[in-house]
Design a binder for this molecule. Structure first.
Ligand code: SAM
Length: 282
């Protein structure tokens, strides 16, 4: 780490006090203040010097500083206008490297703002985190997404649902969506005491990288299948899929036993069934 990437900045606790940034529960504010931990999170995507990065919810700017220290060019969207003066200080401290967009991450066009190839890195507000993830995993793939990687802090339970393998309670729609054309792993577990204020539960950083989608499969067919199958996850597929035209035929064609339950069906099996549904509908 070169010194020129480490401009001298006030400690984050002083920034929070100076700008009156008492954490708002409604905005999902649990701040990270440990610079070493923040540098470790910013290192998860790999070297970022000269790369584009996108952050949701910079808040007082702890993770923002860590991303900027890597040499990335960062676009950050923050909904809490109280944080904007502190973030303006970072724009000055890292000239030309940071652009802050005041606004709601659910409403902006992240691709247009951040640019193709950006690495998304965020300690997400828990109330919109899953919705943002589902959007990034769903929209704008052709065949790969606009982002190069996602490095996202979630509550542990959500992180486990994203990386879950078949056979357990965590395995469901989010696991299939997160794994059918991406690799998803828990890169770091983070104790609740690392946050100010500490949340009730543990957290984890999930790292997701896209991979080419399996041929001939449309997301809409996969979504219909997983919605029906996991909508009644304790029932046999024969029951849960009976309202979805073509689904039971797909199971039969693929030799998937309709007496199985959704939570035993692998991502690859769901993908194969979705392909079959699409071919039958064509
Ligand atoms: N990045 C900071 C950190 O790690 O210390 C703050 C993380 S805090 C968990 C979540 C941040 O997201 C807060 O700054 C909050 O104001 C912001 N936020 C909440 N909802 C948002 C939304 N819809 N769009 C953009 N930012 C949002």
């Amino acid at each position: 780490m070169t010194t020129e990437l480490r401009p001298s900045l006030p400690p984050l606790r002083d920034v929070i006090a100076a700008h009156g940034l008492q954490a708002s529960k409604a905005l999902g504010q649990n701040f990270l203040l440990d610079e070493q931990l923040l540098d470790r999170i910013a290192a998860i995507p790999g070297p970022l010097k000269g790369e584009r990065a996108f952050e949701v919810g910079p808040g007082p700017g702890g993770l923002t500083r860590a991303i900027l220290r890597t040499g990335a060019r960062l676009v950050a969207v923050e909904r809490d206008s109280r944080c904007l003066p502190a973030l303006a200080e970072l724009e000055t401290a890292f000239p030309g490297q940071l652009r802050v967009i005041p606004g709601d991450a659910m409403e902006i066009d992240a691709r247009a703002e951040a640019g193709d190839g950006a690495h998304v890195i965020a300690n997400l507000p828990y109330n919109v985190g899953t919705a943002l993830l589902v959007g990034w995993l769903s929209a704008g793939w052709s065949p790969l997404p606009w982002w190069s990687s996602l490095t996202l802090m979630f509550q542990m339970e959500v992180a486990e649902r994203i990386v879950a393998k078949p056979g357990g309670d965590h395995y469901g729609r989010l696991a299939v969506l997160g794994q059918w054309r991406s690799d998803a792993r828990i890169a770091m577990k983070v104790h609740r005491s690392a946050f100010t204020p500490p949340p009730k539960v543990m957290s984890a950083v999930v790292h997701i990288t896209p991979k080419p989608a399996p041929e001939g499969v449309q997301l809409k067919h996969l979504e219909r299948l997983t919605a029906a199958a996991f909508g009644q996850r304790r029932k046999m597929l024969r029951q849960s899929l009976k309202g979805l035209p073509g689904a039971l035929d797909a199971l039969e064609a693929l030799g998937i036993d309709p007496q199985r339950r959704a939570e035993t069906v692998s991502v690859e099996e769901f993908v194969a069934a979705a392909r079959h549904l699409g071919e039958a509908a064509a």
